[in-house]
Structures are given as structure tokens and as C-alpha cells.
Design a protein around this ligand. Structure first.
Ligand code: A2P
Length: 275
């Protein structure tokens, strides 16, 4: 299993877990069960992925006690309101077949809609009532975080953002660190594009360490102090992606990987204004 990080509101969150996009219900069910069997303890889903039912079945099928698992989901813009966020929470619990969530995230800030502060107040209320162990955001820029913190006084435990060697998000990471917000990387190995895993520096380090390129990249996230949720449906890859806690990269090796950065604008979420 992966080591954990202690979040601001006290929960222990595994540093590495399973991402489940894109997976349909049946792929999610099989993959979640297989991943937990391999030692994964964190599973990340979302309303948007359309697979919460399958994820829930996989969690159950694993036979691992609920309290040993860390389950994250996210809700969409239609639930951006104080009461609406509580409805989104209940809706996800129903689909997942759970009686509590560890972490609930606002999936996107949708700044044009301008209701994310109300959504955040809804999450803060759920946290206060003990329905959640942690609260967070996804795809929030420092300006959005600044507002939720200023207007509610509640600091997110986690901000989940697209982050990989080609999109290193240095200024976001610095902002998160200053506020004790854990950065959780989505698409940590660069998603379906192969440019990160095929990069010469990554391939060379893989040879040097006797590891796969994906393991080098996931270890880079760990060296930077991040949390992450690589996605795979392949049992061999699931196993190798979790197996990154018995070697390390030097500061120079970390810097060589970080040099692949193409800037925040290279991210798929660089423009969140209209969505
Ligand atoms: P697959 O599910 O067929 O394994 P990310 O988590 O960065 O979004 O990346 C997910 C993509 O990378 C998926 O296309 C996944 O495909 C692939 N992938 C996941 N783990 C590995 C690995 N260890 N080696 C190569 N490709 C991987």
C-alpha cells in the first residue's frame, strides 16, 4: 500500500491511488476490485465519469473493510449551491452504495457560472456535520482558491489539478504549499498521449534505475511531495504504478524531468473560463 499524507482536516490520505477515467461501470467494477487486491487503498471517481455505480461494486467486491479505503468523488456545476452540494453528496452515496465519503471535490470552478463559493459553503457544512473526512476542489486556480478561503475561512484539504512533467504547475504548487493544500495530480503520466513516457530523459532514467518510464514519472510526483491518481485498467500496469516506494530520484534527476515543462498553457484545463 502507498504511504499516507495527513490532510488539514485530519484525514490520512494515501499518496497514490487509482484514477478511473475513462472507465465504464463494468471496467470500473473489475479494475477497482483488482487494484484493491493489489494494495491500492484510494479510489477516485466523479459524477462526470458515469461509473460511480461500478466503482461502488468494485469496492464491495474487494472485501476490504470500508474504513481502510479512501473514496473520492466530484460533482458538476449543476450542484453549485449550499443545499445542492448536499444533494450531490447524497446522490453519489446512493450510486456508490456507501454511507460516507472520504473526500468530495468541486469538479471545476466554472467561474462564468460563479457559484463555486456557494458550493464550497455546502462542502464546509457537510464537513462540519461529520459527513466527510476531507473537502477539496479540482481544477481551481489560485484566484479561485483565494476566494473560497477568503469568503468561508475553510481551506481545501486537496486541490486536484492536471500535472505531469510537461505541465508542472510550479506557481499553483507554491500557492498550495503556502496554504497547506495537498496537490493531487491528475493525468500524472500524461494521459493517453505518449510524449512523457517516450521522452529520452525519462527512458534513460528508467534504464538507469531498472524501472519502467511510468514508474520514473510517478516517482517524480512523489519526490515533489505530491499525491496522485494514475489510471490503468491493465493489471500489470496497475501493479507497477503502485510499486514506486522503494527507490528514489536524486534532486538532479527530478530537475531533469521537470525540464520537460511546456508551461501551464499546455494543460487541457488551461481555459476554465467558459465551462
Ligand atoms: P491503460 O489503462 O490501457 O493502462 P494518466 O493516469 O496520466 O491519465 O494516464 C493514463 C494512460 O496511461 C492510460 O491511457 C493508460 O492506459 C496508460 N498507462 C497507465 N499506466 C501505464 C503504465 N504503467 N505504462 C504505460 N502506460 C500506462
Amino acid at each position: 500500500t502507498a504511504p499516507t499524507v495527513t490532510l488539514t482536516h485530519g484525514a490520512e490520505m494515501p499518496r497514490l491511488g487509482l484514477g478511473t477515467w475513462p472507465m465504464d461501470d463494468s471496467a470500473a467494477e473489475a479494475t477497482v476490485a483488482a487494484a484493491i487486491e493489489l494494495g491500492y487503498r484510494l479510489v477516485d471517481t466523479a459524477e462526470n465519469y458515469g461509473n460511480e455505480r461500478g466503482v461502488g461494486r468494485g469496492l464491495k467486491a474487494s472485501g476490504v473493510p470500508r474504513e481502510e479505503l479512501f473514496v473520492t468523488t466530484k460533482f458538476n456545476k449543476r450542484w453549485h449551491g449550499v443545499e445542492l452540494a448536499a444533494e450531490a453528496y447524497e446522490r453519489s452515496l446512493d450510486l456508490l452504495g456507501l454511507d460516507y465519503l472520504d473526500l468530495l471535490l468541486i469538479h471545476w470552478p466554472n467561474p462564468a457560472h460563479d457559484r463555486y463559493v456557494q458550493a464550497w459553503q455546502g462542502l464546509a457544512r457537510l464537513l462540519e456535520r461529520g459527513r466527510l473526512r476531507a473537502v477539496g476542489t479540482s481544477n481551481f486556480k489560485p484566484t479561485h482558491l483565494e476566494r473560497v478561503i477568503a469568503e468561508t475561512g475553510v481551506v481545501p484539504d486537496v486541490n486536484q489539478i492536471q500535472l505531469s512533467p510537461t505541465v508542472t504547475r510550479e506557481s499553483a504548487r507554491a500557492y498550495h504549499a503556502k496554504h497547506g493544500i495537498v496537490t493531487q495530480s491528475w493525468s500524472p503520466i500524461g494521459g493517453q498521449r505518449n510524449e512523457v513516457l517516450g521522452a529520452p530523459v525519462v527512458v534513460e532514467l528508467a534504464e538507469r534505475h531498472g524501472r519502467t518510464p511510468a514508474q520514473i514519472v510517478l516517482r517524480w510526483h512523489m519526490e515533489l511531495g505530491l499525491a496522485t491518481i494514475p489510471k490503468s485498467t491493465d493489471p500489470v500496469r496497475l501493479r507497477q504504478n503502485l510499486d514506486v516506494f522503494d527507490f528514489s530520484l536524486t534532486a538532479g534527476e527530478v530537475a531533469a524531468i521537470s525540464a520537460l515543462d511546456q508551461g501551464d498553457a499546455a494543460g487541457a484545463d488551461s481555459d476554465v473560463s467558459g465551462h
